[in-house]
Design a protein around this ligand. Structure first.
Ligand SMILES: [Cu+2]
Length: 167
């Protein structure tokens, strides 16, 4: 009986720890999903890909291109440059795989500068947010009390489970 109780609460505890790790761990996003950073089937392909995703500081964008296609990654500074496919002076990489860390909370713009690729749809922007649930980052401004509340609830849940494990 006691063994059964312990094992089920152990499992619950593992689930909780798993959920917690998922909340605070960074995500590596393959840009364009399985399609990769290649000439898209339509001009809105990459902006469609960013939709319904929330990017947090610490996440990474991984640009993977087919070896049969030639692409690069450049980072314009403004929306108008993204819209007009204005090529910045610096190209970040021309290699087939490029990983970019989203290191601060701001909007970032990415294009391919090869040929007409940007106009064909190889461009998108992402809004990068501070993850309110991450304990690894500096505390958010005082106004956002929700993350503190989340932490308190989590701590209480952990304490409860720990209690169950020890009886
Ligand atoms: Cu390209």
């Amino acid at each position: 009986m006691a063994t059964k109780l312990m094992s089920s609460s152990s499992i619950a505890c593992l689930f909780l720890v798993g959920a917690l790790l998922q909340v605070v761990s960074a995500v590596d996003y393959d840009v364009g999903g399985d399609f990769g950073w290649n000439l898209p089937p339509n001009p809105t392909f990459f902006s469609d890909w960013t939709r319904n995703k929330t990017f947090f500081v610490g996440d990474k964008l991984v640009f993977r291109s087919k070896s049969s296609e030639s692409h690069d990654v450049a980072e314009p500074e403004r929306q108008t440059d993204l819209d007009g496919c204005v090529k910045p002076g610096i190209t970040l990489s021309t290699s087939a795989v490029l990983s970019i860390s989203l290191d601060s909370p701001r909007r970032r713009y990415f294009i391919c500068t090869i040929g007409n690729h940007c106009n064909a749809g190889m461009k998108f922007s992402v809004d990068v947010f501070v993850n309110p649930n991450s304990a690894l980052l500096p505390p958010p401004p005082p106004s956002s009390a929700s993350s503190l509340r989340f932490g308190a609830v989590l701590a209480a849940a952990m304490a409860g489970l720990f209690f169950l494990l020890t009886i």
